[in-house]
Design a protein around this ligand. Sequence first.
Ligand SMILES: *Cc1c(COP(=O)(O)O)cnc(C)c1O
Length: 372
Amino acid sequence: MTKTSQDSSDLVHGFSFELGVRASEQERNSHLIRPGFGRIHTDHMVSISYDRQRGWDAGSLHPYRPIVLDPTAMVLHYGQAIFEGLKAYRQPNGTIAVFRPMENANRFNRSATRLSMPQLPNDLFIRSIRALLHVDRDWVPKNLGQSLYLRPLMFASEPMLGVRPSDQYEYILIASPADPFFSADPTPLRVWITHEYVRAAPGGTGEAKCAGNYAASLLAQAEAFDAGCDQVVWLDAIARTQVEEMGGMNLFFVEQSGDQTRIVTPRLTGTLLAGITRLSILQLAADAGFQAAEIDLSVDEWRDRCASGTITEAFACGTAAVIAPIGEVRSSKSSWLVGDGGAGPITMRLRKSLLDIQHGISEDRHGWMEEM
Ligand SMILES: *Cc1c(COP(=O)(O)O)cnc(C)c1O
């Protein structure tokens, strides 16, 4: 049964809505046992259209369905496309909360600015999440450790082959249940430092969460796979010596001197993506009584400090995988182990403290969880 309504009594968080056929409880539960990542979508989505003259329309919540695009839609030719990634978590009392959504809203707009795309009011971004979670809330998994991954995106939809910023855009929000990253001992990553390719150059789009950055990264990722590694580590574009980030995740290093523990991460130079997980870990490290710092670190320093025992652990962090330990580093020039190659205790402790906040197990001291 499909119902369409423009009646204001039928608005969900300000959006007109059209409910579609929902997956049965049995079907949904079978999907939620092992959802993996990004394979399954919920029953509905949100669409909001922009026109340079009229601004954003009221938006609608409707059944998940394909998008129809004109072959000259500008995104297909000139690549104006940005996205975000954040997660909704079932809380112990049954409510649903999203981790720091306003940070994502702000970053979405910074990305939009860099790609000459219009600003989406933060209120509209947050309301789209509320509306989708309102209708598809049964898709937020109840199993400990699982979550519902939210994917907001915006692309240029104007049919036009001339090169200039598009006058029309679509904002879309979809959601996909994600597997737990709760396993007690995650397998440490083996990472590949590429000396061949760069992700971002000063003045480029490295700070924006745009589709093109990912397109340009895939060849280096293939090089990493060929070298028997899981992920690629990016160096700066100029000197090709400084460690920047990994695949779609930021990097951290644990340094020990005497009984002092320092948690460090590469400084945001303009070519790194400013991760919200990164920002949160800097805070959690300080909360745990560690020194936390944003630094410059070269590949040689990384290797030498692992050899001398100063760097004892390394890990990558991002919304999708939360915190992933790094056990081994390889490049065309050298390879080495980080610590004993296993997941380190500080890494696992920070991981647990972040996951416990997200799943409502420990107190949310910084007000990071927004109930939806
Ligand atoms: C999204 C992303 C990250 C991680 O950001 P989070 O906000 O922590 O998910 C790191 N690097 C790149 C290149 C990214 O696209």
